[in-house]
Ligand binder design. Structure first.
Ligand code: C2E
Ligand code: MG
Ligand code: MG
Length: 410
């Protein structure tokens, strides 16, 4: 059984970490009581201890039951755990009720190794969270199907990379005042022979988990650099080319080496290449992140924070890390000019960026009102469907030479 407390973070945030620690201790005690062998008549334990408990970390626990006579009994134990855990707890003078979610996987049907059993119990636990928490879920055919689909997608992705089914689209970043294109963001597209265009939102997570993101990411960097160099050779000014870098890529020890090699091969100017990193990438391990970022700066790259405001926006990393640009997430832009709060937040992010001497780009700009608002706030660059969605290279190229004229008369 994979057990995760519901909304544990809220306890920590509202009552403090000391209360959180006390809660975890109480949970451990109650778990022990819930599976005490003498109580658990359902479990036959020829020579074995019958159960073992572990805390995996944070608010995650596992319970291993052995010698089960009947699957139905697992349900009985899980229900007992849920009931015991949901009794009120006194924390620092507060009466608190905490529920939990349990996922179950069974050996050997759901996996023959500890890793797959844990993974499947975890997947089943997520099913409980998804359905509204406080319950038990057994790993089942549907989840098995999902995991098989994933394996298949992974295999197809692997082939896609070798069969040239991947392509890059480019979305312009436009100067808010002059409406000239100052750069592009390269966004990967998978043209699947049967399924058509597959969104990166659907396959990037799979590529991340399987490690395929490393060769795929390298291909993206190389293709984007080649494209920029081709445009430069054809007469384009010093426009930038941004590439998204995912968590695994950032953590890859060979990333910088391959980037250096790509720069050499393509002859592209490193100052024109920008890496877009999300907040979660930056927050992984501050010390390592700092080292990698410094090395990237040394190579001449520009660095930007993608989807700013949606992760753990930490003011301290903005101060310490050698960053160049903040990209305001689309979620803050989309309801402008109707949502006052979003407008306040957007204005504040822009002044913050200005004060820290960072560039600032608004993502997902779709309307003229949004453009007008952002221009008034002194936002430097705009990216969004208002100017152009991501398009193939041949459609992107003419944009380099002719400024847009949104909201003007011609
Ligand atoms: P992102 O880096 O934040 O990219 C912006 C996404 O917003 C793109 O989605 C883009 O098409 C979409 N977008 C831009 N303007 C608008 C707008 O005005 N309205 C709306 N509704 N959407 C807009 P896309 O291309 O589907 O990419 C999704 C995400 O997938 C990207 O988010 C990025 O995180 C990831 N991704 C895409 N290509 C790559 C890649 O080559 N490598 C890695 N590691 N991740 C990538
Ligand atoms: Mg991006
Ligand atoms: Mg973004």
């Amino acid at each position: 059984m994979f057990l995760d407390l519901d909304n544990f973070k809220r306890i920590n945030d509202s009552l403090g970490h000391k209360a959180g620690d006390q809660l975890l201790e109480e949970v451990s005690r109650r778990l022990q009581q819930s599976v005490r062998t003498t109580d658990v008549a359902a479990i036959d334990k020829p020579g074995g201890s019958g159960h073992s408990l572990a805390r995996l970390g944070g608010d995650e626990f596992t319970v291993m039951l052995s010698g089960i006579k009947d699957l139905h009994h697992v349900g009985i134990v899980a229900d007992r755990i849920l009931k015991n855990l949901s009794e009120p707890v006194m924390l620092e003078g507060n009466r608190v009720v905490v529920t939990s979610s349990i996922g179950v996987s069974i050996y050997p049907e759901d996996g023959s190794e500890i890793d797959s059993l844990l993974k499947h119990a975890d997947a089943a636990m997520y099913q409980v969270k998804y359905k509204g928490r406080n319950g038990v879920f057994f790993y089942d055919d549907e989840l098995r199907q999902q995991s098989q689909n994933r394996i298949q997608l992974e295999a197809e992705l692997y082939k896609a990379l070798q069969n040239d089914e991947m392509t890059l689209f480019y979305q312009p970043k436009v100067n808010a005042t002059t409406q000239k294109v100052e750069g592009f963001e390269a966004l990967i597209r998978w043209i699947h022979p049967e399924r058509g265009m597959v969104s990166p939102a659907d396959f990037i997570p799979v590529a991340e988990e399987s490690g395929l993101i490393i060769p795929m990411g390298k291909w993206v960097i190389k293709t984007a650099c080649k494209q920029l160099q081709a445009w430069r050779k054809a007469g384009a000014g010093p426009i930038t080319m941004a590439v998204n870098i995912s968590c695994h890529q950032f953590a890859d020890h060979y990333l910088l080496e391959s980037v250096e090699q790509i720069f050499e091969e393509t002859g592209v100017e490193p100052e024109l290449i920008e890496f877009e990193l999300t907040e979660s990438v930056l927050m992984q391990d501050a010390e390592t992140a700092m080292k990698v970022l410094k090395e990237m700066k040394r190579m001449g790259l520009k660095l930007s924070v993608d989807d700013f405001g949606t992760g753990y926006s930490s003011m301290s990393y903005l101060k310490h890390f050698p960053l160049d640009v903040i990209k305001i997430d689309r979620s803050f832009i989309m309801d402008i000019p109707h949502d006052e709060q979003d407008m306040t937040i957007t204005t504040a992010i822009i002044s913050l960026a200005r004060a820290l001497e960072l560039g600032v780009v608004a993502e997902g700009v779709e309307t003229q009102e949004q453009l007008a608002f952002l221009r008034d706030c002194d936002c430097e660059q705009i990216q969004g469907f208002l100017f152009s969605p991501p398009v193939p290279a041949e459609k992107a190229e003419p944009m380099i030479y002719k400024p847009f004229s949104i909201g003007t008369d011609d």
